[in-house]
Design a protein around this ligand. Structure first.
Ligand SMILES: [Zn+2]
Length: 134
């Protein structure tokens, strides 16, 4: 059975309701106020890890620069290694100075899978000439 989530409080719902039974939010109105990019950034807080990972991946693919603070925050706040890895890769794809700084910090991450991934990404970025204006 599909579970639906309120975009405001992430409360679970058994059906696709218009009004959240947990916080009273007008759900279609909230979604309508978000751009596609805002929806992806918002979904980084989603309770289902697969949704978070998919959103991080999409934000990286689309190089959404305004998602960088949310991705860095996600890396700091989650304990899910696979979410951290996906957010780390997204930072590498977006590749702003803030992303490179965060990747540099991640090379000291206690989980080796993450520190190694950050080092690999940084090395790949060094092999690509910097884009003008960055
Ligand atoms: Zn709610």
């Amino acid at each position: 059975m599909t579970t639906f989530y309120c975009p405001k409080c992430w409360g679970e719902m058994k059906e696709d309701l218009k009004i959240c039974p947990h916080c009273g939010a007008n759900i279609p109105k909230i979604w309508a106020s978000f751009s596609y990019e805002d929806k992806l950034i918002h979904a980084l807080g989603h309770p289902e890890p697969t949704t978070v990972m998919r959103s991080a991946w999409l934000l990286g693919e689309k190089k959404v620069e305004k998602a960088v603070p949310a991705l860095i925050e996600l890396i700091k706040s989650t304990r899910d290694i696979y979410i951290i890895l996906e957010a780390t890769r997204a930072l590498g794809k977006i590749n702003t100075p803030d992303c490179r700084q965060a990747l540099s910090d991640l090379t000291h991450h206690p989980v080796r899978m993450i520190s190694r991934e950050a080092r690999t990404i940084l090395k790949e970025l060094q092999d690509i000439p910097a884009k003008p204006g960055q």
